[in-house]
Design a protein around this ligand. Structure first.
Ligand SMILES: Nc1ncnc2c1ncn2[C@@H]1O[C@H](COP(=O)(O)OP(=O)(O)OP(=O)(O)O)[C@@H](O)[C@H]1O
Ligand SMILES: [Mg+2]
Length: 405
């Protein structure tokens, strides 16, 4: 096992475009690190540079204590687990796991010991004589990991291993991978563009946009303290709402009315003119239910256009208008996020018990203490709590936050 240090890594392909642009990420020994971001942001390129399948233009790649920039893939002792698991259909589970050891001409008794050890860990003992074709998806995944385990690799690397599976199987496999990684305690780097996988699997998550590291933090830090509009919009489903806002004292003026926010947050956003407020759907509630719970905060009245009742919760959609300045920034954000979100309406998540109906003018409660305020020009989160935001490159100097590496 080993730590992996990416130090100012740059990758420029033939046309000179930096697919990975000065990225520094430190993966601790045994850590589960996620690389996440929209298509083309450089995730696979970065992973391929760790394994050695892609040359590094500049920067240092360090695995354990060794600089591996100039080492061939097989000299790096890493195990890449591919999307299709690359199992041999004509070989038994036993021989599939033993494969790399056979290649290395290891003596039979040694092979047997390692394969049975791995099968124990992976709970594959009963299946050793079967062929991959007769296994479930989860079992196949475990066989692929077994092959990586017997190699006694220093780290596991995954590139979107679950993207071809249907939603249910993907959920099962996600749990499986999380469980195994915890049990084995092996350093893991996992690429995905799925924010749910990022949130549920990672000890820490590196969010990338067009080759640039945006934030490196735990899932909770990313969720509660996104460093900029991009991270705020990427993490969370349904996504955070973005609204035009101006701050006066401790009041934030929104299209629907004004909302009180904590004084320290208001202070940081004071005198900045037009801003973008970010509020997650779950930080709204049906005002009558919030009042019954004794929750204090601001309320506003708005016409609800569509209601989706899901049983445990209700989504209500409330259209609003934005000034052009805010519209332009949100349009750009939509492009950056691969157009995943439409932002002409407010999405609020209410308790399933809410009786708010379509077409009704409803009273909605909002938790102002959870609101973020973003600079529309730069996208920077003005209200971020740097102590609980992990690392935000570029913000370190400005905010006087501690820097890493
Ligand atoms: N061999 C190559 N030659 C030139 N450009 C490349 C090459 N491989 C990738 N790129 C470019 O580098 C950028 C990053 O690509 P990469 O495959 O790392 O993205 P990704 O984040 O893995 O995206 P996806 O989610 O679609 O897999 C893209 O702009 C891509 O077009
Ligand atoms: Mg990729």
């Amino acid at each position: 096992m080993a730590r992996i240090t990416m130090d100012h890594i740059v990758k420029k392909y033939g046309d000179g475009f930096p697919a990975v642009n000065d990225v520094s990420i430190d993966v601790a020994d045994g850590e589960f690190m996620i690389l996440v971001g929209p298509s083309g942001c450089g995730k696979s390129t970065l992973l391929r540079m760790i394994v050695g399948l892609e040359d590094i233009t500049s920067g240092d790649m360090i695995i354990g204590d060794r600089r591996v920039n100039d080492l061939a893939p097989r000299e790096r002792n890493l195990a890449m687990v591919f999307q299709n698991y690359a199992l041999y259909p004509h070989l038994t589970v036993y021989e599939n796991i033993a494969f790399p050891l056979r290649l290395a001409k290891m003596p039979d008794d040694e092979v047997d010991r390692l394969v049975r050890d791995a099968a124990d860990t992976l709970e594959l003992n009963e299946h050793l004589e079967r062929k991959p074709g007769n296994l479930s998806g989860g079992q196949r995944q475990r066989v692929a990991m077994g092959r990586a385990i017997v190699r006694q690799a220093d780290a596991f690397l995954f590139d979107e291993p679950l993207s071809n599976l249907d939603a249910k199987l993907r959920g099962q496999m996600r749990t499986e991978i999380a469980r195994l990684q915890k049990r084995l305690g092996i350093t893991t780097v996992y690429v995905t563009h799925d924010q749910t996988e990022a949130m549920t699997l990672g000890d820490r998550v590196a969010v990338l946009k067009r080759g640039l590291l945006q934030q490196l933090a735990t899932p909770r830090e990313l969720y509660e303290n996104p460093g900029n509009l991009f991270v705020a919009g990427f993490i969370g489903s349904p996504p955070m709402n973005f609204l035009p806002a101006t701050v006066e004292g401790t009041k934030v003026q929104l299209p629907f009315g004004s909302v009180d926010i904590p004084a320290d947050r208001a202070e940081r956003a004071a005198g900045r003119g037009l801003l973008i407020a970010g509020i997650r759907p779950e930080h709204f509630e049906d005002a009558s239910l919030a009042a019954a719970d004794g929750r204090t905060g601001s309320t506003f009245r708005a016409k609800v256009e569509v209601v989706e009742w899901l049983g445990n919760e209700t989504y209500a959609y409330i259209p609003f208008e934005s000034p052009d300045e805010v519209k332009a920034q949100l349009l750009q954000l939509e492009k950056d996020l691969d157009g995943e979100a439409l932002r002409t309406q407010l999405v609020v998540s209410l308790d399933g018990g809410s009786r708010i109906a379509e077409g009704e003018e409803a009273e909605i409660w909002v938790d102002g203490s959870r609101m973020h305020l973003f600079d529309p020009a730069t996208g920077e989160n003005l209200t971020v709590d740097h102590e609980r935001a992990g690392r935000i490159p570029g913000a370190e100097v400005a905010a006087g936050a501690p820097t890493e590496g």
